[in-house]
Design a protein around this ligand. Structure first.
Ligand code: SF4
Length: 321
């Protein structure tokens, strides 16, 4: 399988707020991330709110630029790819189908809009393609005539998926695509996404705070914590043999009664740290049940010898200083 996305050393920080006579507060949203997405795979990116996963997703979409590092898409530097070409390489589906669809447009016009922007086909052809794509995502042709407000949340997300697929992208970046939906509707949308991937040969980057959802769809999983990828491995390895203590805590959270709702309770006692004032050393150390003195002062290296894990336990076998 060839690499469709290759991110190397990607970082992005944001200045937040204003302070007179003092350094402005900075959030390091993404820190030195390496990531490869192979053609045909479903890469799940998981982490709590504030882990940097959505910022990473926006950089992969070209919506925001990294401060450092490079992103290559289908072998080309992302910054050199013309926007129309990029639109045919990668398309997004976001969490909230209520706000991502124009309420004043009928569904057919919403789905056909990317074709119009790219200058593809006549108005009649675009409409026919939009109707066919709506049927492909499980909506009847008559829904082409309605407004988004006349549809349920699940139906609106099907419209958003149809809009993403209409230009035939290679990659779809799905950012919490089912988080706003009822649990019963979530599984319908996930199964639809899997069918579409198989039928159309798509590659997915699937961003979620919910490991149970990621387990359902991903072929490989990257776990983020405070801007860094702390573990990445094939799905089986992550779920059967998680190595990073944070991955293990996230997996425990899947066993909570309603894993589809909100940020998981990791059972770690302490809340997610303030990204404006991250802990020194391993950023996970205040919550880590296995933290030792070394963890408080030294950022763990990313170890690639057997998959990817960033934890002192695997770098000399001890978290002791
Ligand atoms: Fe825990 Fe230390 Fe590993 Fe960080 S480096 S996850 S604190 S054991």
């Amino acid at each position: 399988m060839n690499a469709l996305i290759e991110a190397r050393g990607v970082s992005r920080q944001f200045v937040v707020g204003q302070r007179l006579f003092a350094a402005k507060p900075v959030i390091r949203a993404v820190i030195d991330v390496d990531l490869t997405v192979l053609s045909g795979e479903v890469l799940g990116i998981v982490g709590e709110s504030g882990s940097g996963k959505s910022t990473l997703g926006k950089m992969l979409l070209g919506l925001i630029a990294p401060d450092r590092g490079t992103i290559r898409m289908a072998g080309e530097d992302l910054t050199a790819i013309e926007r129309r070409t990029l639109a045919r390489l990668i398309q997004p589906v976001f969490q909230d189908p209520y706000s991502s669809l124009n309420p004043r447009k009928r569904v057919a016009a919403i789905v056909a809009l990317p074709l119009a922007v790219l200058g593809i086909g006549s108005a009649k052809e675009r409409r026919a393609r939009a109707t066919a794509m709506l049927e492909r995502v499980g909506l009847p042709a008559r829904d082409a005539e309605v407004y988004p407000s006349e549809l349920s949340g699940g139906q609106r997300q099907r419209v958003a998926i149809a809009r993403a697929l209409i230009v035939g992208p290679k990659i779809v970046l799905l950012d919490e695509p089912t988080s706003a939906l009822d649990v019963s509707v979530q599984s319908q949308i996930l199964n639809l996404l899997l069918d579409l991937r198989n039928d159309l040969g798509l590659t997915y980057v699937f961003i979620s705070h919910n490991l149970a959802v990621v387990e359902h769809v991903a072929t490989r999983v990257a776990v983020m914590y405070l801007g860094r990828i702390v573990e990445a491995a094939d799905r089986e390895a992550i779920f059967l043999n998680p190595r990073h203590p944070y991955t293990r805590a996230l997996l425990d959270s899947v066993l909570t009664p309603e894993p589809g709702l909100g940020v998981p309770d990791t059972g770690l006692g302490l809340a997610f740290p303030n990204p404006l004032d991250p802990p020194a050393g391993c950023a996970f150390h205040p919550r880590c049940p296995e933290a030792g003195p070394r963890c408080r002062i030294e950022v763990p290296r990313v170890l690639r010898e057997a998959g990817l894990v960033a934890c002192h336990l695997y770098d000399g076998g001890t978290s002791a200083a």
